[in-house]
Write a protein of this length. Structure first.
Length: 165
């Protein structure tokens, strides 16, 4: 577990943290996951994001996204875009995130069941995207954007990738 111990989130939500998973043989990249992002009344929603490198700035980014979700009347959900307010990683043109299905893991992760079907947590993938890609999604829809990403074989791990638009 890692945490970002600055800003308004620090100490405000005691059950919130970020889980950091090292690369493995099956996944040769770092995985960062929110834990405790949603409160009980709004249902369970958690996000994950990938990185080629261990990067404390991603902990800050996910913490800010979670803080927005926890304190805003506009709750985040599938297919929403999030303004990071800065590049995803150093030098990146990706300043937004698209909340998407967890394509690598499928429905088992997307609808993660907690002990004896008492609760289901929705785990979604936060895909870093550029301003142009966000505008394209707004104009043509998420399906059109996903088709462009797939057609262009976008590298979701490369912070220096160029826009597919």
């Amino acid at each position: 577990m890692v945490s970002f111990d600055e800003g308004p989130m620090f100490g405000a939500f005691k059950d919130f943290t970020i889980l950091e998973f090292s690369p493995t043989l099956g996944r040769k990249f770092w995985t960062y996951v929110t834990a405790g992002m949603s409160d009980k009344k709004d249902g369970k929603l958690e996000l994950h994001i990938f990185s080629l490198e261990r990067d404390k700035s991603i902990v800050e980014l996910l913490t800010a996204v979670a803080y927005y979700h926890l304190t805003s009347d506009d709750k985040l959900n599938l297919w929403h875009t999030v303004n990071f307010g800065r590049p995803w990683q150093k030098g990146s043109d990706c300043q937004f995130g698209l909340i998407s299905l967890p394509y690598f893991d499928g429905p088992i992760l997307e609808n993660f069941e907690i002990t004896n079907n008492i609760s289901v947590i929705k785990f979604y993938w936060l895909i870093p995207i550029t301003t142009q890609e966000r505008e394209y999604k707004i104009k043509y829809g998420v399906e059109a954007l996903e088709e462009r990403l797939e057609k262009n074989n976008f590298n979701y791990l490369n912070p220096l990738r160029k826009s597919v638009i």
